[in-house]
Design a binder for this molecule. Structure first.
Ligand SMILES: NC(=O)c1ccc[n+]([C@@H]2O[C@H](COP(=O)([O-])OP(=O)(O)OC[C@H]3O[C@@H](n4cnc5c(N)ncnc54)[C@H](O)[C@@H]3O)[C@@H](O)[C@H]2O)c1
Length: 337
């Protein structure tokens, strides 16, 4: 079978993992090129992936590598224009979340996307591919909990990543666009409804560095949906025990608790401190399998013409909710989406 020739842009914290998946694990993917503005990352790709088609700009990669598709794993501020450039070059596009930091940029991307309906274009809302969240989605569709009415979600990163996150705030758009946006996407997906309004409380309780970006290290937001359902979404950058991400969906006839606790192994440690478990340290260990399934689906869609689990319209909606949540946090007021 024909393979999909892929070029990856961005070989940083997440890009290296995507690149290794595409090079060694994803069936029918042929990773043929990479670009990064960091020369050491290109050396890494040469040594570890055996790539020799390496570029210091996306523009050059699009012009010189013979590609069918791109993976964009670059700073969020670059996503909108890079998606547009790749679509206009005739390529299938996978881009990491979020789609953009402004609604204007979302609309710019959608206008170009609509001119290229035959190409696959998706944003990396990886949790839709996590076997546990996907199982919960199936259960809801089968009616196992009746009508879903409440979503409670949490994304929590370890305190030891906070110094990195403060720097990352320069381009990430802040904790709601960077982290909680996963829960916002899940809430829409699992409740089957759209957010109408949001109220949010939080602060820089531990790390003052976030204040410069009007960002938070811990916050909780409350959402009302257009079908009367509700959600509460908590985000933290200061956990001591691990990456503690989970969700709960309550329906009229039952509830689903998804992904908690995030165990390293199904083993209880019994010692002088009592009975305890070890939690996964970062998002990557938690969603490693989902990152692979997400890439496999993208490649299959590019080959066979299917639809990935998240289209750009979903990504625009999640971005709208994340922008409104940021505004609600900063203003202390209820914001209508
Ligand atoms: N799905 C998830 O759970 C998840 C997790 C982490 C990061 N992300 C997203 O992935 C993206 C990248 O995050 P990261 O943590 O890997 O960032 P990073 O800063 O570690 O890496 C960014 C990469 O982009 C490259 N780059 C910068 N400017 C470039 C340009 N003009 N052209 C080409 N390459 C360029 C850099 O060389 C680097 O390789 C972000 O949008 C982030 O939101 C998603």
């Amino acid at each position: 079978m024909k393979k999909v020739r892929i070029g990856i842009a961005g070989l940083g914290r997440l890009g290296k993992s995507h690149a290794a998946n595409l090079a060694f694990k994803v069936k029918n993917a042929d990773l043929v090129a990479a670009c990064s503005v960091v020369p050491e990352e290109l050396d890494w790709a040469r040594e570890n992936l055996g790539l020799d088609s390496l570029f210091d700009s996306l523009e050059d990669m699009l012009r010189h590598a013979q590609l069918d598709a791109v993976f964009l794993v670059t700073p969020t501020t670059l996503h909108p224009q890079q998606i547009i450039d790749a679509l206009q070059a005739g390529l299938h596009v996978f881009c990491e979340k979020p789609l953009a930091l402004t609604i204007e940029d979302c609309e710019r991307v959608m206008a170009v996307r609509d001119e290229h309906p035959g190409q696959v274009a998706t944003i990396g809302f990886v949790r839709r591919y996590d076997p546990e969240y996907a199982y919960a989605k199936r259960k809801i569709e089968e009616g196992a909990i009746g009508r879903p009415i409440l979503f409670r979600g949490q994304t929590a990163d370890m305190d030891n990543t906070a110094a990195f996150q403060v720097q990352f705030s320069r381009t990430s758009g802040g904790v709601f666009l960077d982290a909680s946006i996963h829960d916002m996407d899940l809430a829409r997906w699992l409740l089957g409804a759209e957010v109408q309004e949001v109220y949010c409380v939080g602060d820089c309780y531990v790390h003052e560095g976030f204040r410069e970006y009007r960002d938070a290290d811990n916050a909780t937001a409350l959402y009302r949906f257009d079908n009367g359902a509700a959600a509460s979404i908590t985000v933290s950058r200061t956990t001591m025990h691990g990456h503690d991400t989970f969700a709960e969906v309550t329906g009229t006839r039952g509830s689903l608790l998804i992904g908690r606790p995030n165990r390293v192994a199904n083993v209880d440690i019994c010692d002088e401190q009592g009975v305890r478990i070890e939690c996964v340290p970062t998002f990557y260990e938690r969603f490693e399998k989902a990152f692979l399934l997400e890439a496999e689906d993208f490649v299959n869609c590019a080959l066979r013409g299917g639809e990935p689990r998240c289209d750009l319209r979903d990504a625009v909606q999640a971005t709208r909710v994340a922008i409104a949540t940021t505004e609600a946090y900063r203003s202390g007021k209820v914001v209508v989406v």
